[in-house]
Design a protein around this ligand. Structure first.
Ligand SMILES: [Zn+2]
Length: 397
């Protein structure tokens, strides 16, 4: 859809959502943000705006503190969910008739059922394997020969490594497309997954409060920024402190408004994810705005000796060194009043020189001292199918 037409559609839908006619999309900025705490206050279904009999499914997001956020869906919301995930699959190159190995967790988490419905909607055969039991995953992939896999990026690495340990080369694996999301990851990790699983991996973004996966995803043509399905989810990027919109291309917090959801519409939802927007045309032909891969959630951000540090940033820096692997963990401890940050990272080429080079690179790029400890391959925790926690913050205990 040409952008002027798309923006007219957004304006009509936004007017319907807020119950009055609007002159321009900028009027959205006069409305307050909705924050995670607001949703928590309404637990479990205080914000439901349709009769309860119209709910067809309930998902819940894992709350790091206290109760989860419960998200209800009507028939039409589930239809929208399947549609946007089907779009993501198509943008990644999936076609009707292909088979999808769905290794996202099935359950309250939106990843499993979201990709399940989206895959069926596009006309794929879906294998609902869910996360975990890596051995069984390898058997199913070898025997059913799926074209597409959906899972977290850290689990894609686990699978790639398991294949390699069994002597199966990337070109022998039937997969060609990987739909990866639910945790921040880097270009270095993508190169690793592409090469070792023999796929073209794309980034998929979403959050259950908004719908689940399918808010945005990369096209296989460019893989440079995630096209937001903005006819349904209107994005803004604002300054984390002032809440004012930032200039196009500048980084800030992603704020989303659902334009077509029924049971649980959200106006200006503060996602906490750090991104930037790019409205320049894309070679794939889509006119949908592109968001940069979220650099991490504002609340995932670590403050080490007063410096803001994102785990994904540490990963991106260290993986510039080809000797290091994407298996790492950040440990933060407090000695007296000082924070001590240490990155434990696996490599088969341990040595004092490599360690010093890694520490120097972190200091130069981030601006604070982070110690690096080299570990033997296979010694750090692996993803078992769910999200992998990269940070062990011992200051809180
Ligand atoms: Zn594109």
């Amino acid at each position: 859809m040409p952008r002027p037409e798309l923006e007219a559609l957004q304006l009509r839908r936004l007017g319907r959502l807020v119950g009055r006619e609007l002159g321009s999309l900028d009027e959205l900025q006069s409305l307050p943000f909705t924050r995670k705490e607001d949703l928590r206050d309404g637990y479990p279904l205080g914000r439901l705006v349709v009769p309860r009999e119209q709910i067809r499914r309930l998902h819940a997001s894992s709350g790091t503190t206290g109760k989860p956020t419960v998200v209800p869906y009507t028939r039409s919301d589930l239809d929208l969910f399947a549609t946007v995930v089907a779009r993501c699959l198509a943008a990644a190159g999936a076609q009707p008739g292909m088979t999808l190995h769905n290794a996202y967790g099935y359950g309250l988490f939106t990843g499993g059922l979201g990709f399940h419905d989206g895959g069926e909607r596009l006309g794929l055969a879906v294998v609902p394997v869910s996360g975990g039991m890596t051995e069984r995953q390898l058997t199913l992939i070898s025997d059913l020969r799926p074209d597409v896999i959906a899972c977290t990026p850290s689990y894609a690495l686990t699978l790639a490594q398991a294949f390699s340990e069994r002597g199966i080369a990337p070109e022998e694996i039937s997969l060609t497309i990987a739909m990866l999301g639910a945790e921040p990851w880097t270009e270095a990790m993508r190169r690793e997954i592409d090469a070792n699983l023999g796929v073209r991996a794309v980034n998929v973004y979403g959050l259950s409060e908004i719908i689940g996966p399918g808010v945005s995803s990369e096209c296989s043509e460019e893989r440079s920024g995630l096209h937001v399905n903005e006819d349904h989810f209107l994005p803004e990027v604002v300054d984390a402190e002032s809440g004012e919109p930032v200039a196009e291309g500048d980084r800030g917090v992603l704020v989303l408004t659902t334009l077509t959801k029924e049971a649980f519409p959200l106006v200006r939802y503060w996602t906490g994810d750090i991104t930037s927007l790019d409205r320049s045309p894309c070679s794939c032909g889509r006119t949908l705005v592109r968001m940069s891969p979220p650099a991490g959630r504002a609340d995932d951000m670590l403050i080490v000796r007063g410096v803001n540090v994102y785990p994904s940033q540490v990963e991106a820096i260290l993986l510039e060194l080809p000797e290091l692997t994407p298996y790492y963990r950040i440990v933060i401890a407090r000695t007296g009043t000082l924070d001590e940050a240490t990155v434990e990272i696996e490599t088969s080429e341990a040595g004092a020189e490599l360690q010093a080079r890694a520490e120097r690179l972190l200091l130069q790029t981030i601006g604070c001292t982070i110690a690096v400890e080299l570990r033997a391959p296979g010694t750090l925790p692996r993803s078992e199918g769910g999200k992998l926690s990269r940070v062990d913050d011992r200051r809180r205990t």
